[in-house]
Ligand binder design. Sequence first.
Ligand code: HPA
Length: 270
Amino acid sequence: MIEKINEAVGYIKSHYPETPLVGIVLGSGLGSFTKEIKVEKEIPYSDIPHFPVSTVEGHSGKLVLGELSGKKVVAMAGRFHYYEGYPMQEVIFPIRVMKYLGIKTLLLSNAAGGVNPNFKVGDLMIIKDHISQFMPNPLIGKNDKEFGPRFPDMSEPYRKTLIEKARSIAAAKGIDVKEGTYLGVTGPTFETRAEYKMIHVMGADAVGMSTVPEVIVAVHMGLPCFAMSVITDVGIREEENVITHEEVLEAAKEAEPKFTHIFKEMVAAL
Ligand code: HPA
């Protein structure tokens, strides 16, 4: 994998020689966050050697490089999901590429279903921990010591100092943010009522189809992570309630100003 990473990094560097300090992964419906970036270079995934190409609506599929809050950043507008059919090695490929581009911190976002009964649509949730459920671990296979150890510690996948920073940014602006555990599933089906209940019983507050593999790989490489979910639907409910991808995108869009503020200030503080 290292050769492929080097080729991808080489290609990106040939178009953008600066070293980004922060990597940002934008979730479903949050792609317009790139408007905040003073864009210096945009590279479609399809141009980058060995990059998979995103197929989901709401994901535009490009790397956006430039300046945000006075820092050089690289943002992924569109990520790769296991449910799209990519092997895990491809899902996490861009994370390794960003690490080898030189990022020192990874910020991730996603749309998620709330299973904590105190959550409502449009809430933001700082991810304090995760449960990897029904998702193959991206580190299965021969371990490359170049990246990290065979048995990586996962006691603090989401860096406490970054969580505290996000809390204080939100508090200073009067933004209500929830905190909780994110449970990662493969999708693409949304959960059944029984599954939402089970996920809550298992100790999670939100459920989604991304982030966990990316964070595992980042932590394996020693990259500090921070992640935030936008709660786009609530799984625990009494009455009939159908979830659509359009609803998810709509809710994400509504929460975007709060999300944008926190992520911008996080980058400023790094
Ligand atoms: N379940 C899984 N993934 C999701 C959900 C959900 O309810 N909402 C947004 N992504």
